[in-house]
Design a protein around this ligand. Structure first.
Ligand code: GLY
Length: 362
């Protein structure tokens, strides 16, 4: 079992990585959040999941919570990015009200990044905020999305445009949940872990560059979470250093939007990172050797590196991104494996940056 504690000004929470947590979550959560259950008090918990995840893992989690004495309620949504909408959010919040959840009760997100974002937002706005637990079941959520308190739904104008920072009260990550993931989902998670490697963890990058990542998931999650916890502790609400975590995301979100979410988040971010590596190489900020290593590592992990959409279209969509201020945008450029910089640039320079990022290097 590996535990990292994320310490913020207004509280702390543990991120625990261990096999078997889905079966043990009831006793763990009772000890930490509902000790009164032992004396016959009531604590309700709303487990939110999607149809795919629920088919595999809802029963063990519900059984464990019920055995520990929780009054368990469930809300299962359709799998896919289209569930990150106000309509679905509203249904989750209504379910919380229907189940009479109070401020001392809990929500639990059992799923990938979409479920985490949706449940976190619902927990953050229901009764002006109740506690919630992240239980990531995708590699992407385990290495990135479940940590740091970003919650959101999408608007027609763009991805994650409505949301709030609402930190979870605990993250319980059971790597056994990864066993049922498709290759495509594992590649999505690989993209975010490779991102962390490029940002600040050369050892993590090396796992994806040269070794068999499938045997190293606990390590990969532990490395990723340790890096992310450090960044979030320094800058919980993304006014400074947390912007680094958006490496590949400005182009990536535009690609997701252009494809109407047929290109998944991790795959789009991989293309975005490849574009930023090529653009940084062209600006002589990144060596040709390191640029090649980034592109090869993405390809080796079944990730795409070229955008199907032209730079002009992506630049237009990126201007809607929440990372864009009225006349400027901060982009992240790699300078080496384990080192990136933030660069604020005028919005109208984005198209040229994207175009450079699409030019194949030698
Ligand atoms: N996924 C990037 C962040 O949490 O800031």
């Amino acid at each position: 079992m590996v535990t990292h504690t994320l310490q913020l000004l207004d509280g702390a929470y543990d991120i625990t990585i261990a096999s078997g947590l889905m079966q043990q979550c009831g006793t763990l959560l009772r000890t930490q959040f509902a000790p009164g259950l032992a004396n016959g008090e009531t604590c309700r918990i709303m487990v939110v999941s999607d149809g795919n995840v629920a088919a595999h893992y809802l029963k063990p989690v519900v059984d464990s919570l019920a055995a520990a004495g929780f009054e368990v309620h469930t809300h299962v949504v359709s799998p896919g990015e289209h569930s990150k909408s106000f309509a679905v959010l509203s249904a989750v919040v209504e379910s919380m009200a229907e189940a009479h959840l109070t401020r001392t009760d809990l929500a639990l997100a059992l799923g990938g990044g979409i479920i985490g974002d949706l449940t976190g937002f619902a927990a953050g706005c229901y009764l002006r905020g109740i506690r919630f637990i992240q239980m990531p079941t995708s590699l992407l959520a385990a290495v990135d999305a479940s940590v740091g308190g970003k919650t959101a739904v999408n608007l027609q104008h763009g991805k994650n445009l409505a949301g709030m920072f609402h930190q979870p009260s605990a993250v319980l990550c059971d790597p056994d949940a990864l066993h049922t993931l498709s290759e495509l989902c594992l590649a999505d998670g690989a993209a975010e872990a490779i991102k962390t490697g490029i940002l600040g963890d050369a050892e993590l990058f090396a796992i994806y560059e040269s070794q068999n990542s499938a045997e190293r998931y606990e390590d990969i999650i532990a490395h990723s979470v340790a890096y992310k916890a450090r960044i979030v502790m320094e800058d919980p609400t993304e006014h400074g250093v947390r912007k680094l975590l958006n490496l590949g995301h400005t182009a990536g979100h535009a690609i997701e939007l252009a494809s109407d979410f047929r290109i998944s988040h991790g795959h789009a971010v991989a293309i975005g990172m490849a574009m930023m590596a090529r653009a940084a190489c062209k600006r002589r900020m990144l060596s040709a050797e390191d640029c090649k290593r980034i592109l090869q590592t993405l390809k080796r992990n079944d990730l795409p590196t070229q955008s199907p959409y032209p730079a002009e279209h992506l630049a237009e969509l990126a201007q809607l991104d929440k990372k864009a201020a009225s006349t400027s945008i901060t982009v992240i450029l790699p300078c080496g494996i384990g080192h990136c910089v933030m660069e604020k640039m005028p919005l109208d320079a984005l198209e040229a940056l994207f175009a450079d990022g699409m030019e194949e290097t030698a």
